[in-house]
Design a protein around this ligand. Structure first.
Ligand SMILES: Cc1cc2nc3c(=O)[nH]c(=O)nc-3n(C[C@H](O)[C@H](O)[C@H](O)COP(=O)(O)OP(=O)(O)OC[C@H]3O[C@@H](n4cnc5c(N)ncnc54)[C@H](O)[C@@H]3O)c2cc1C
Length: 516
């Protein structure tokens, strides 16, 4: 006999578990099926303001109070201090020339710091996923979601108004039936494989590979990174720290339990040259080329075996069927360069949650599901386009910085619009449904792939400034700040009209969100 549920979610990472909790709160009988066992190592750790805002929204709209503390550093430390995490005040970038020590220069030409929060209390976090995901699964079980781990799913058949899943648990055959299946099993995951869904090229992204682990004993950034007399907008390591060089970049994320997450993503040619597939020895080879980082990692020890991902970017050409869909994280992954995985996924969770309310109204349901699939595809494409362009500018750092402002402008505008309850102003990631901004982003990304003359690069930079101006609520176009952009609430007052808001509305929003 098949076990019957209205909703089955496959995969209990944070997104699948949140989705299952939401479905349960909406009144559906819900099962959450997991291949492995918690706690387990998983990559994808650094959060952003938009991701955290979406966590808050999920917590409030679906009565999930146990999720809310995780949306800010301050509440996390007060209410769930037993869960390790990292403090993230912003995005820190340093540009390195391979084979040389990092060189601070008087104009700070080799760095970029973009603040995400005006103070620590409301700051973002890095999620220590073994404990973070386990905590969410425990909350789901406490709520009444049926959770089964160590399930090996082997098949899925779409029937006229249900999905049938087959599998095994500890050697015993199992069968499940559900009105709707949500696949949260990650890229190239369960439904992608068993339904033999086609893959689509990730527009604009070069083929890349990744190599990563968790470490203990990582030292602080060496003195050469702090050589500036002035204080930066936030302590540079209380951030997602990106070390960018020709062909790739390294991330360093510090948790408050002594663990540091670090890894490298690089184009195929660099990854092959360094033999990423060899694991730890390749990590040592890349550090040799980055002597300032080698100083930091000299005493470090990897505490989990190195993981090599031979291909990072992936996008499924099909996102939904009649009785199933892929969450954005199962529909695609691009690259962690701008920490886009969480917000893309949580936007999808929120959209699907709203769509589920119409599951018993077939016409409306079909439209909302189609819209969900379309948005997911568009958002992954826009992300791939921008991150791909950033890859081609890794050794043209001035242009890299300018291009990245397209992301920071769209993200801070979207966050502020949502906080003001004006979602209609920014209903898509990277404003990819905005006809003007999205067309400009596409054009600029295509231009960035070309080898531009000095005057061509200046012209592109000028046009980027012009394009972000109507959305810049964070002082990103203030040339005097370049390359240190603190998160200042006064920028919101100065740019209230771009958000179609009065100064009073901004003040109320800042007070309500604890941002003041
Ligand atoms: C190298 C790298 C670094 C990244 N860093 C960041 C970052 O800093 N910030 C960010 O926002 N995003 C980042 N991302 C993206 C991020 O990893 C994903 O967005 C995020 O992990 C998605 O979470 P999830 O819960 O949807 O899926 P996952 O975390 O992938 O969890 C999937 C779950 O499904 C289970 N599963 C898999 N197959 C099956 C099956 N057949 N049956 C049942 N269960 C199954 C797995 O065991 C797992 O528990 C990164 C991605 C990569 C590749």
């Amino acid at each position: 006999m098949a076990q019957q549920f209205q909703i089955i979610v496959v995969g209990s990472g944070f997104s699948g578990t949140l989705m299952a909790m939401i479905a349960h709160q909406l009144g559906f009988s819900t099962a959450l099926l997991e291949r492995g066992r918690h706690p387990r190592f998983v990559i994808g750790e650094s959060s952003t303001p938009l991701a955290n805002l979406l966590l808050e929204q999920i917590s409030d709209e679906f009565n999930l109070p146990s999720v809310r503390p995780l949306s800010k550093w301050g509440t996390w430390q007060k209410q769930t201090p037993h869960l390790p995490c990292g403090l993230k005040r912003g995005f820190t970038f340093y540009h390195h020339t391979l084979g040389r020590f990092f060189e601070p220069n008087p104009g700070r030409g080799h760095q970029l710091m973009v603040g995400a929060s005006p103070h620590e209390e409301v700051a973002d976090t890095h999620w220590y996923r073994p404990d973070f995901d386990l905590y969410l699964v425990q909350q789901a079980q406490a709520l009444g979601v049926t959770y089964l781990d160590e399930i090996e799913l082997t098949g899925a058949v779409e029937e006229s108004n249900a999905m049938r899943l087959r599998g095994r648990r500890r050697g015993e055959p199992l069968e499940f039936s559900a009105s709707f299946v949500i696949d949260a099993s990650g890229p190239r995951g369960f439904l992608h494989r068993v339904l033999a869904l086609p893959e689509k090229p990730t527009a604009g992204m070069p083929p890349t590979q990744a190599l990563f682990s968790h470490f203990t004993g990582v030292k602080e950034l060496p003195a050469c990174f702090h050589a500036d007399a002035q204080s930066p907008p936030y302590p540079p390591e209380q951030a997602a720290v990106h070390h960018v060089f020709e062909g790739g970049w390294i991330w360093v994320l510090k948790f408050n339990n002594g663990i540091t997450s670090a890894g490298v993503a690089a184009t195929d040619s660099l990854a092959q040259q360094l033999e990423f597939r060899a694991g730890e020895s390749a990590w040592k080879r890349i550090l040799k080329l980055l002597p300032s980082l080698a100083l930091m990692f000299r005493p470090a020890k990897a505490v989990v075996p190195f993981i090599h991902q031979p291909r990072v970017a992936f996008q499924s050409a099909v996102v939904a069927g009649r009785c199933w869909t892929l969450l954005p994280s199962a529909a695609g992954v691009i690259d962690p360069l701008l920490s886009t995985g969480f917000p893309l996924t949580l936007l999808g969770v929120v959209r699907l949650a709203c769509a589920l309310k119409s599951l018993d109204r077939p016409t409306e349901w079909a439209i909302t599901l189609r819209d969900y699939a379309h948005s997911t595809t568009l958002e992954l494409e826009a992300t791939a386009r921008l991150v791909g362009a950033l890859y081609s500018c890794m050794n043209r750092f001035e242009l890299f910085k300018k291009l990245s402002l397209l992301y920071f402008a769209a993200a801070s505008f979207s966050e502020s619009a949502r906080r003001l309850g004006k979602e209609n102003l920014a209903d898509s990631f990277l404003l990819c449904r905005h006809p003007v901004f999205s067309a400009q982003l596409r054009e600029f990304c295509e231009m960035a792939h070309q080898s531009l003359s000095a005057s061509g690069a200046v012209e592109l930079s000028r046009r980027i400034c012009e394009a972000i101006e109507p959305f810049d609520v964070a002082g990103l176009n203030d040339a005097a700040r370049d390359p240190w952009y603190p998160a200042l609430t006064r920028d919101l007052f100065a740019n209230a009209s771009k958000l179609q808001a009065g100064k009073g509305e901004i003040r109320t929003m800042l007070d309500k969100c604890g941002l003041a």
